[in-house]
Ligand binder design. Structure first.
Ligand code: SAJ
Length: 405
């Protein structure tokens, strides 16, 4: 495959825009399509609508040089990359309507020899369904259009580096499709490209995140056991991990984000009988969030019994994981909301050092909240919190290992 090909990306979000910018950086003309006119206008001005280090520099440079452009309509191209969200409906069933919508929009402009790649996280069998959809609507293209699944696996905050350097798993609907997709990724990926079939590639993405979910659930389950048994879970895990073949992850206040707490349901909803452990891990990690909220409520009641007044409470951390500002799907934010709902006029300090100002939530500086509150609940192990000294006369609830040795 040569750099004279053109690419259309559908979806200019957290993955679609960085991927488009990177492809443009390799001298390939890319048009990104997004239904959101604001996103399209922003990109065409050489600006970005998401927070991701280095991305702005790429977008600005390649919009200026004409290699990257955006539009609200799909443009004909040689390669189509589908990078739209796959949320779930009620009942935790995957919703692939955005992927189907994207495919329906390109079917009329597909031509012989085109390559279509789905990157969106998808339930097993999606690529085969998409193949049937394309070849039913355009039977003359049967076996003349190539189709493959290639999941992204980048970590927000490191996207521009990981898009280039991570290994990729690529599975076509047939061998020739796999090979065409590999040739395409070779143009901009330095990591290894691993060939497989579409079903395995789809399951691989789900497996990666389900595996992490199960491992975190194990750590969270240990934290519940240790709380009852009077054992310091952080010390326990540290000691158990001294075994050369044991590597336990860290407990926290639940699992958040848009991937690990979502993707396992894509397996459970299609294979409910078989996926007992994967389903249970989801339950355990969700339960941990409820448990933390209950613990804080109980600490509040105990304080009231002991001191005859309600405590002020500091909620330390709102993001879904340490050292980021992303509050979406955050267990800590859910816990904060629960505590606020039951506040009855009590003072609650909300702390998130990675956010200066929030439109709805009133935030307090972490040092001020820590010094003033009677009960301090650490929900996210942000670096800032690690510099605080343990104060004896406070009720300190460390749910994320800020003070672990
Ligand atoms: N967490 C713990 N304990 C741990 C590690 C994480 O409680 O020991 C919690 C975090 O606090 C957070 C959640 O898990 O709430 C998820 O955080 P994460 O850093 O594990 O993952 P994400 O959601 O930011 O990104 C994941 C990554 N997948 C894996 O590590 C297997 C990333 O590579 C994927 O690209 C991304 O999901 C995705 O898009 O699927």
């Amino acid at each position: 495959m040569t750099n004279t090909i053109t690419v259309t990306t559908i979806g200019l979000g957290y993955i679609g825009l960085p991927t488009s910018a990177l492809i443009a950086h390799n001298g390939i003309k890319v048009n990104g399509m997004d239904l959101n006119a604001y996103v399209v206008e922003t990109v065409n001005r050489g600006e970005i609508h998401i927070v991701e280090p280095e991305l702005l520099t790429y977008v600005k440079e390649f919009v200026d040089t004409g290699f990257l452009s955006a539009s609200t309509e799909v443009k004909p191209a040689d390669v189509f990359l589908i990078v739209v969200p796959t949320p779930f409906k009620g009942n935790h069933e995957p919703d692939i309507s955005f992927v189907e919508g994207a495919i329906l929009s390109i079917i009329p402009i597909l031509k012989e020899g085109d390559l279509v790649i789905i990157e969106s996280t998808s339930p097993v069998g999606t690529t085969e369904r998409i193949r049937n959809l394309i070849f039913t609507k355009r039977p003359e293209l049967t076996d003349n259009v190539y189709l493959a699944y290639c999941p992204e696996r980048v970590l927000p905050g490191r996207v521009m580096y990981e898009l280039v350097n991570n290994d990729r798993v690529i599975g076509g609907i047939n061998e020739v499709s796999t090979n065409k997709a590999v040739e395409f990724y070779e143009l901009f990926v330095k990591g290894k490209l691993h060939r497989t079939n579409a079903r395995t590639a789809e399951m691989c993405k789900l497996t990666e995140n389900a595996s992490r979910d199960v491992q975190i659930a194990f750590a969270n389950e240990l934290s519940l056991i240790c709380d009852k048994a009077g054992i310091d879970v952080w010390k326990l895990i540290q000691l158990a991990n001294k075994h050369p073949r044991v590597n336990i992850l860290q407990p926290g206040c639940g699992v958040g984000g848009h991937c690990i707490a979502v993707d396992p349901y894509f397996i459970v909803s299609d294979y409910p009988r078989e996926s007992q452990m994967i389903g249970k891990a989801r339950e355990t990690n969700n339960y941990k969030t409820f448990w933390v909220a209950e613990k804080i409520q109980n600490a509040k009641l105990e304080f009231r019994l002991k001191h005859g007044k309600s405590p002020s409470i500091a909620i330390m951390g709102l993001a879904f994981k340490p050292n980021i500002d992303d509050l979406r799907e955050s267990p800590a934010k859910y816990i904060a909301q629960k505590i606020m709902q039951n506040a009855n006029g009590d003072i609650i300090y909300l702390v998130e050092p990675n956010i200066n100002e929030h439109q709805v939530l009133k935030l307090t500086h972490y040092r001020e909240a820590y010094e003033n509150a009677d009960v301090v609940a650490f929900l996210v192990a942000h670096d800032e919190f690690k510099s605080l000294n343990h104060i004896r006369d406070k009720v300190i609830m460390d749910f994320c290992g800020v003070f672990k040795q």
